[in-house]
Structures are given as C-alpha cells and as structure tokens.
Design a protein around this ligand. Structure first.
Ligand code: FE2
Ligand code: FE2
Length: 166
C-alpha cells in the first residue's frame, strides 16, 4: 500500500532525502575529502563548502518548520550509492590520482544536489510555499556556485596531471 499519497507528502519525503545528504556531507564526507586531498585550492573550496553545507542543513530544517513539520531525514539510497562508488574508486586508485577521484565525486554530488533542489523548489512553488522557495533557492544558488568552482579546479588539475604524464 502506498505511504506517499499526495504532493505534499512527496515533497516532505524528498526534503528528508536531501537533509540526509547534507547531514552526511557535513558530518562525514566533506571532512574526509578535506583530509585526503592535496591541492590547496580544492581543499579550501571543500572547507568553504563545509561551512555552506551546515547552513544548508539549517535552511532545510526551517523549510520543515515552515510547513509545520518536525525536521526528519530519510535514507537517500542514491547518495549512498555515490558514496560507495567514491570509496571503491579511492581504494582502487594510486595516491597521486586521489584529487582527481575526489573532484569527480564532488561534481557528481553537486549535480545530484542541484537536481534535488530544483525539484523541491518546483514543488514548493506549486504548493504556494513562498518562504520555502526562498530557502531552497539559497541552497540551490550555493550548490551551483560550488559546482562551477569544482569544474574550474577540475579542468586545471586534469591539465596538470596530463602534462605530468606527457
Ligand atoms: Fe548542500
Ligand atoms: Fe553541495
């Protein structure tokens, strides 16, 4: 039997999914990436994004409250898959390639978050939840900026490692 039977319940479930993602990023994944990367610009970008991610969690909790609901996370299997893929690739790769592995993982995660926030934003807009739309927009904007920065660093690191191999 269906447990999610209307758009509001679907919205709340997906909001819980992205809260799970932000929480895992803040508590576990970003600190791990910060400790394993070598490139200074990438390390600083991850540190800055860790700060932003704590803000994303706070904004999501506020969205729950705007809807009169207690904040709660839902296990996000999609993100668990991204994380498992990353961990496996780190194990399989030589140390000088870890920055490239982590840049790829960061780009995938940002794209995942962007898709989630765009969907949530559309649903909030359709429900007339304007305050929730603004909060989701704040997160979405920072994810897009983070993705652009990761792509820029990724281009430089790819060029540098291709040159080192030439
Ligand atoms: Fe985020
Ligand atoms: Fe992010």
């Amino acid at each position: 039997m269906s447990q999610i039977t209307n758009p509001r319940e679907l919205f709340l479930h997906e909001l819980g999914d992205i809260l799970y993602v932000e929480r895992a990023l803040a508590n576990e994944v970003l600190p791990k990436l910060i400790s394993e990367v070598q490139d200074t610009e990438f390390k600083e970008a991850l540190e800055q994004h860790l700060e932003q991610t704590r803000g994303h969690m706070a904004n999501l909790k506020q969205v729950f409250e705007e809807l009169g609901e207690a904040p709660h996370a839902e296990q996000c299997i999609g993100f668990d898959g991204l994380k498992a893929e990353h961990d496996k690739l780190v194990e399989e790769s030589s140390p000088e390639l870890i920055d490239s592995v982590d840049l790829g993982a960061a780009a995938r995660t940002e794209n995942y978050e962007i898709a989630a926030y765009e969907g949530l934003r559309r649903m909030a807009k359709a429900m007339g939840e304007d305050r929730a739309v603004d909060l989701l927009d704040t997160n979405l904007k920072e994810e897009k900026e983070a993705l652009r920065l990761v792509e820029k660093i990724s281009t430089r690191v790819s060029n540098e490692s291709a040159k080192a191999l030439a």
